[in-house]
Design a binder for this molecule. Structure first.
Ligand code: BG6
Length: 513
């Protein structure tokens, strides 16, 4: 039965989709992700009236805590991180659905007692027999939790598929192809792929979903969307922030694994993929996988030609002095971890033959933004473009993922006056001016989709592994070369000079953001 009802009252969409009664178990209930993202997202879904009537959350973690303490922790988290302030009436109702269960991730007994709590709550609150298990723990605990859920019989769909059991996992899914394959295999030992939802929160952002709408719901772009008309594509995700107490995690990961393997490659896939034959989860994910498989491999010997890495030193970001990466908590004094990556990639298929895709991301850059810029080919060097010393700027279509979400098209215009001069101007669509009600947070959309069983915005196992196949040789190439120039960019700058050279060599430059 479809879990969708049509209504005109929703400001965000024509379809309000409402899941069946269900419960959620959050493993890692006292952690950062639970506080910053999960509890605020569930609260906002609750306030929007989207959660099912019978719904509970059970927080599962190792620390000792009563239900009341967990509810208080949730209240503080929502106060601090929710896009909406707390409404006392709504909060009381929401809080009454929060429970805490202390347990160990590798002890079957802890899962037997969880099961007992689930069925007690099920009887009292009729939250249904549908359960979403969210692993907000380090990946090292995934295998144990999966195995215990399976052993307790909690991992299976029941009643001939009428009642579901779903698993949500966060990145990082592995640290290279080998470990990702092993991790996926261990998840698959407990949950079927159709029950497994791998989160990439970029896919939950409204503007990221709009990439497909822009491409396939408009007639004017797709005929131009190929190597005949597009010169190159730039994808930038820049952050002003540094580590934010995440040194322990980041030091072992670096920007290539943290951002490129997932978020940037997903943006590239949506920009480059062929039209899917329908909007179903598998049709879309098949097309994305095709792009990942068509990425021209960068062998470890070619790494320096196609990839640049950087690490920030101290500097000024938005007018404030900040420390360098190596001075941050839980970071080695001689750390070799990259906080900046720039890549030049090619997609070896018919549509994108010869079109470079330049990707860059970094921490402590001058601006917080994520943008995809499509640079169209220039006009012939005649008429307005006849003077080689003053070339007419090419048309650029930029998709602003965040902030100031929107789409802009730069076109040449005549500067008023007796002389003929061409200047680029921007035709600009801003989300907030057209949709002032604002957009939900990525996690709200993604959690709702898991409850609805819609896997479109989640990474399938083969996609994750195809992305690692591309990334792993770059990691290998880097691991063979000692670094002697870190830190090689100042906090508050646009990364190392070699990132600019990557484009200069091709007669191009990074777009000013
Ligand atoms: C996370 C990374 O996946 O994405 C973080 O682990 C990064 O290092 C974050 O800061 C960026 O997400 P957003 O939504 O703030 O752009």
């Amino acid at each position: 039965m479809p879990e969708t009802t049509r209504t005109k009252t929703n400001l965000h969409a024509l379809d309000i989709r409402s899941p069946h009664d269900c419960g959620v178990v959050i493993f890692g209930a006292s952690g950062d992700l639970t506080k910053r993202k999960l509890l605020p997202a569930f609260y906002n879904l609750f306030v929007d009236g989207i959660l099912p009537k019978h719904f509970i959350i059970i927080g599962f973690a190792r620390s000792e805590m009563t239900n009341e303490v967990f509810q208080e922790l949730a209240r503080q988290a929502i106060n601090e991180f929710s896009r909406r302030p707390i409404d006392q009436g709504k909060w009381n109702e929401f809080a009454s659905r929060l429970y805490y269960h202390r347990g160990h991730y590798d002890e079957p007994d802890s899962f037997h007692s969880l099961q007992k709590l689930q069925s007690e709550r099920h009887n009292n609150f009729r939250s249904g027999k549908n359960w979403l298990y969210y692993l907000a723990t380090p990946p090292s605990a995934y295998g144990d939790i999966g195995a215990c859920l399976k052993q307790t019989g909690l991992a299976e769909d029941h009643d001939a598929g009428e009642h579901w059991s779903r698993l949500v996992v966060e990145k990082p899914i592995g640290r290279d192809l080998d470990s990702a394959t092993k991790l996926n295999r261990s998840l698959a030992a407990s949950f079927d792929e159709s029950q497994t939802y791998r989160i990439d929160h970029y896919l939950g952002k409204e503007t990221v979903q709009n990439i497909l709408v822009m491409r396939f719901a408009n007639g004017i772009f797709e005929p131009l969307w190929n190597h005949n008309h597009i010169d190159h594509v730039q994808i930038t995700v820049s952050e002003t922030g540094g580590l934010d107490r995440r040194g322990g995690y980041y030091e072992d990961i670096g920007a290539l694994r943290d951002m490129v393997q997932n978020h940037l490659l997903q943006l590239l896939c949506l920009t480059a993929m062929e039209p899917p034959h329908n909007l179903g989860a598998d049709a879309i994910r098949d097309e994305k996988r095709q792009i990942l498989e068509a990425l021209r491999p960068i062998s470890s010997e070619q790494t320096n030609q196609y990839a640049v890495r950087g690490q920030y030193g101290e500097g000024l970001v938005k007018g404030s002095a900040v420390i360098g990466y190596r001075a941050a908590e839980k970071v080695a004094e001689e750390s070799q971890t990259e906080t900046f990556v720039a890549l030049k990639c090619y997609i070896d298929n018919w549509r994108w033959s010869g079109v470079p895709f330049y990707l860059r991301t970094g921490k402590r850059l001058p601006k917080q933004c994520a943008e995809i810029s499509i640079f169209f080919r220039g006009v012939p060097p005649i008429l307005f473009n006849a003077n080689p010393s003053k070339p007419v700027a090419p048309n650029v279509l930029s998709i602003r993922i965040q902030p100031n979400e929107g789409i802009a098209l730069e076109i040449g215009s005549k500067v008023p006056g007796p002389h003929v001069a061409v200047r680029p101007v921007s035709l600009d669509f801003g989300y907030s001016s057209v949709y002032p009600a604002g957009t939900p947070e990525a996690y709200e959309r993604l959690l709702l989709d898991v409850m609805l069983g819609d896997a479109t915005l989640f990474m399938r196992r083969d996609e994750v592994e195809a992305a690692w196949s591309f990334i792993t040789p770059i990691l290998d190439g880097w691991s063979k070369q000692p670094i002697n120039d870190f830190p090689n960019y100042m906090a508050g700058s646009w990364g190392p000079a070699t990132a600019d050279e990557l484009l200069f060599r091709d007669g191009r430059r990074w777009r000013r953001l």
